[in-house]
Each structure stands twice: as C-alpha cells, then as structure tokens.
Design a protein around this ligand. Sequence first.
Ligand code: NIG
Length: 386
Amino acid sequence: MASTVITGIGELTTNAEETGTRTGAALVLDGDRVAWVGPEAEAPEADTRVDVGGRAVLPGWVDSHTHLLFAGDRTSEFAARMAGEPYRAGGIAVTVEETRAATDVELAENLRRHVAEAVAQGTTCLETKTGYGLTVADELRAAKLAATEVDEVTFLGAHLVPPGQDADDYVDLVCGEMLDALAPHAGWCDVFCEQGAFGAEQSRRVLQAAAKRGLGLRVHGNQLGPGPGARLAVELGAASVDHCTHLERSDVEALADSDTVATLLPACDLSTRQPLPDARALLDAGVTVALASNCNPGSSYTSSMAFCVTTAVLQMRMSVDEAVRAATWGGARALRREEGDGAVGVLCPGARADVHVLDAPSAAWLAYRPGVPLTHAVWRAGTRCT
Ligand code: NIG
C-alpha cells in the first residue's frame, strides 16, 4: 500500500496529547498505519499528497455498540412508540423471527449495507453483536457473518429468553452448548441485564461462563430502569456497561472506582423516549465515557455517530472535546483497542490509519451545524473510502 501525506489541516484531533487539538499539523499514512504526525513544514514526502483545505481532521468514529445481524425492520413498533406505547424488551422477538427466516445471503447483504452506511459517515471501527438468533445454529451463523465485516464480534445469546422457553433452561443452554460453539468466533460476551430480559444471577452465570472460555465481558444495563447491570459489570471486570440511562449515585461511584467504561447510547434513549443519561455526573466523577450508536432495528435505527455527538453536546452537557473523545478514544477503550500497535480512536505513529476529515474547520461544527452531513473524507485502515 502506498503512503499519503494529509496537509492543509484546519484543526487536528489526535487524542494522543494532553491538549485535544492542534493547528498547522500534517499527518502521514503508510499502508494501514499512521506513520507520522507533526508540523506541516516538517512533513516527510509521501506517494500522494492530499490537501484538505483547512478542514478539521479527527480519528474515525469507533462505534463500540451495534446490533447489525438482523433482518426486517420495526417501523410499526416505532410508530406506536411515538404515539405513546412504551419500549419493551419483548420487541426483540419480532426481529429474531425475521432473522431466523432470512438466508445467509440476505443477512450478509444487510450487514454490508449498514457497515457501508456507517463508514460513509466516518465510522472506521465497529463492534457488532449476535442476539437475534437465540439458537446455537442461528447465533453461530450471526457470529461467523459478523466476523467478515466488523472489527469486534460480541456473543449476545443472552439477549432475550426465546418466547415459550423456560428462562433457566435457556440460561443453561447459553452457558453450555451455545458458549462452546460461539467462543471460538467472538471476542466478547454480553448480557441484557434488565427486567424483562435477564436478572442479576442469570447474567452473572452467563458472564462467568464466558470469562472461563476467555471472552471479554460487556453488559447491557440500567437501560429501562435502575438495576444491577452497572454494579455487576464492575464486579466482574467487564470492559463496558452500555446504556447507563438509569444510574444511581452508588453505580456512578462503583464505575468511577473501576476500569469499566460507561457507554452511552443517546440515539436509543431518544428513540425509546427514555431520559438521556447523566453524562455530566459520570464525567465529573472520573468515569470513562464512550458514545455509540446502538444501531439496531428496534430501539435505535441509526448508524450516525455524529448524531450521538451532536446530542451529547446539545442535550447532555458534554463539551465538544468530551463528546468527540467519547465517540473515538472512549469507544476504543470500551473495546480495549486504544493503545498499542494498530490502536484505534487515536492518531499517532503506529495507530491504525483511520481518519475522518470533516467538511468543517473545527469539530465544534458537529454541534454548531446539527443534522448537516459533515463527512468530507474517510480512510479506514489506510484505504480511502469516500
Ligand atoms: O441495546 N437492549 C437490548 N438490546 C437492544 C435492543 C434491541 C431491539 O429492541 O431489537 C438495545 O437497545
């Protein structure tokens, strides 16, 4: 692969320094890595020179929470919600039915389409989950397909107890045969720890069984009401607890004392008519915060990380720097990919060449011009995608 020097940068966000941004800098990409960052006047030669005309440059978005292995949509459920119906975990079963009925080709095509849609908006690293199969064969199919398109695959067999099945029997299946089949095909295991899905003890069993097989842990928690998810995530050393819409003071304190990232999913809260999470309380307590899209057909059908950043700034009292960092470095940290060779969410020598050029002089425009598509160019692992 050839090298590229990016010049004419208006504002560069690297996430690698104390100060969030710098001006007058250039960036060299060599193959799939960042090779050099420094003052433009000192930039080394490269095969190609791209002058971005004073635009802002940042690491590609790291979307650390999506559910892209699905078929169908849930427009009517969404419409009913907008007319006053509450969001219920049980809606997942509708997508399970459609996903099981889809062919491999249909599922793969749907996945590809959503990944391409995300990349075109500046997302360069994606996690996605199984969880719309809920049988050994369907979960395995989802994990194998996911691995062809995304950076991180999460096994979410414990998304919902399939209708008509006994909850404890299903947890036995997840902890045994399902994990045995899925563990070689996933890096992570997640559990929907919420009323209407899995209780604390059931969730603990699944996560402990996954940890025994070497999987990293993630938790869906505190989405629809206060509950044990965040505390369980901390207790078991999970990399991330996602949603965090209904946290109590003790949850925030437990997170602040831990390495568990609080991943906030504001598009989901808006789409399910939940309150937005108290990002300020988390940040002020010293919790590491990530922002992610939660793209899925039920609770959050958007792949737009920019929308999440905009919402975080305009409605969650996060500064632009905090929101951009949470959607890049924070997501990387939630996936434990923020440092070392090939790190994502950062722009420094050795990091993966994941670059997002905004059609704006500064990242502040993400909030200043809400809803306006601002992606000008994207490199994913050194390949120019837009
Ligand atoms: O993260 N909370 C559980 N899972 C998804 C919702 C999936 C669905 O409704 O289909 C979420 O919001």
